[in-house]
Write a protein that binds this ligand. Structure first.
Ligand SMILES: [Zn+2]
Length: 479
């Protein structure tokens, strides 16, 4: 179907497309509370996991069975009739589970990971934990099974508020009667809300997914939700994920930047780092627009915007060169493209080009990227000679540190001792394996390159010690 430039522009202004609104509100209202930070020795630098660059795909607007675009457009058009003139009746009402499986299998074969939204009450059609009118209970159950047992292995599951369209009164479970933008989740509903009010709303959304048997450690905001109450959104994410799932480290996807700004994850509201109950929340940041098939599957983009065929140009090489996580953003209806699958084909091309061009990428879920960043920023690091003591409020896999070494140092070995958290028995000392260079690093390995030693290990919560054993001076070539 044809897309006029006018429509694309107006749509971007409307806020459903992530492109414009996710670009971010004025600075003054985005001032986030970083919370506590520990001391970190200047000669030790936490680098990317396994010295690779994380990549990920964020999928918005997915849910069980329902094609959100078909059902959301008339809701959006009720508020902005000029902006939403798509012939929604021509869009299929379903994105079939067979397509979910096909997409998920292709991604698994190619190592792709990311985030997959499950909108709990998509456009008021039905509740994923109860009934989805238009489909049988059995179809809904099977659809949930597919998400829980198959997709959730490689994909974080997020709610995207409750309906993605009209806001729900959490006291009654009914949508408010008002039909203005102030009662659309995408636009005005979050404006002026306190952290407590947002916590209530986010927890309501999370509870539906919990009832449906899905585990979440984060949320995605639909359209403009939260953009004018960013500090409250951060607190509400932390509190609601704690309330509903008991997780002390959560994350949210609200912002994406396609300009020169950093797209590194932002660790916020870190507290009680030395105590029994450390907490933090991470804002994971996208680095692309939806250049696949748009939010409604009608605006077909191109792989070249992500990465050109020669692997040199496009947004992803820019971000990868900086070493920041390259998190692409798409909408599920724009992967399916109303059965035409243009978005899926673009994504396949992007992945193939990435894998042809780079050998140092690491596909990760946003929760893994968030956890890594929390460990990177919140682990205290002390160095006394060649003994480095780490105190980690959050565990992570593939924790990778670069240690500056004295000139000419000859390293015989590296070992790690783990005390873990208070009350747990120490894990016996372990010698790490030496590998040739940073690209060969895996957990439990180290390498010496230039004036640095890089160590990659499983970082448990609590205290660990790294010991670098050096040859006595002048002994290096004695044999
Ligand atoms: Zn969305």
């Amino acid at each position: 179907m044809q897309v006029s430039r006018r429509r694309a522009v107006m749509h971007a202004a409307g806020g459903v497309a992530a492109l414009a609104v996710k670009g971010g509100p004025p600075r003054s209202v985005t001032a986030q509370e970083p919370g506590e930070r520990p001391q970190q020795d200047a000669s030790v630098r936490v680098v990317n996991p396994r010295s690779r660059v994380p990549v990920s795909l964020i999928i918005d607007d997915s849910t069980c069975l329902v094609n959100l675009a078909h059902f959301a457009i008339p809701h959006f058009a009720a508020v902005f009739p000029d902006r939403y003139q798509q012939d929604w009746r021509k869009l299929p009402r379903e994105i079939p589970d067979a397509f979910v499986r096909e997409f998920g299998e292709w991604c698994r074969d190619h190592g792709v990971k990311g985030k997959y939204s499950v909108v709990p009450y998509p456009a008021l059609v039905g509740w994923v934990d109860r009934e989805m009118p238009g489909w049988t209970k059995r179809e809904l159950t099977q659809s949930l099974d597919l998400v829980r047992d198959f997709m959730a292995v490689d994909w974080d599951i997020h709610p995207e508020m409750v309906t993605h369209t009209w806001a729900i009164n959490t006291k009654t479970g009914r949508p408010y009667a008002e039909r203005t933008e102030a009662f659309q989740e995408n636009w005005g509903f979050s404006v002026g809300k306190s952290a407590d009010e947002l916590t209530d709303y986010l927890a309501y959304a999370l509870r539906i997914l919990k009832n449906a048997g899905l585990h979440c450690e984060g949320v995605t905001t639909p359209g403009g939700f939260g953009s004018r109450v960013m500090p409250a959104l951060s607190t509400a994410t932390l509190e609601s994920c704690r309330d509903v799932y008991g997780v002390s480290l959560s994350h949210y996807f609200r912002n994406l930047y396609t300009d020169g700004r950093s797209v590194a994850p932002v660790v916020e509201n870190a507290r009680d780092l030395d105590g029994d109950d450390p907490q933090a929340v991470v804002s994971v940041v996208g680095c692309t627009g939806d250049w696949f098939g748009g939010w409604d599957g009608l605006e077909i983009g191109s792989a070249d915007q992500f990465i050109t065929a020669d692997g040199e140009q496009g947004r992803l090489p820019e971000v990868i060169a900086r070493g920041e996580p390259a998190i692409m953003v798409c909408h599920w209806p724009g992967i399916y493209c109303n059965g035409m699958r243009d978005g899926f084909r673009i994504f396949q091309t992007v992945v193939e080009r990435l894998h042809a061009r780079y050998e140092h990428l690491l596909w990760m879920k946003p929760s893994e990227i968030a956890r890594y960043e929390a460990a990177k920023q919140l682990t205290s690091i002390h160095r006394a000679g060649e003994q480095i003591t780490l105190k980690a409020p959050f565990a992570t896999g593939r924790f990778t540190l670069e240690l500056a070494m004295p000139k000419g140092a000859a390293v015989r070995g590296v070992s790690v001792h783990v005390e873990g958290t208070a009350g747990t028995a120490p894990v016996p000392a372990g010698d790490l394996r030496e590998v040739e260079g940073p690209l060969a690093l895996t957990e439990g390995a180290w390498c010496h390159h230039g004036d640095r030693v890089t160590v990659c290990m499983d970082l448990p919560r609590g205290t660990s010690t790294i010991e670098v054993v050096q040859e006595p001076r002048g002994q290096r070539h004695s044999g």
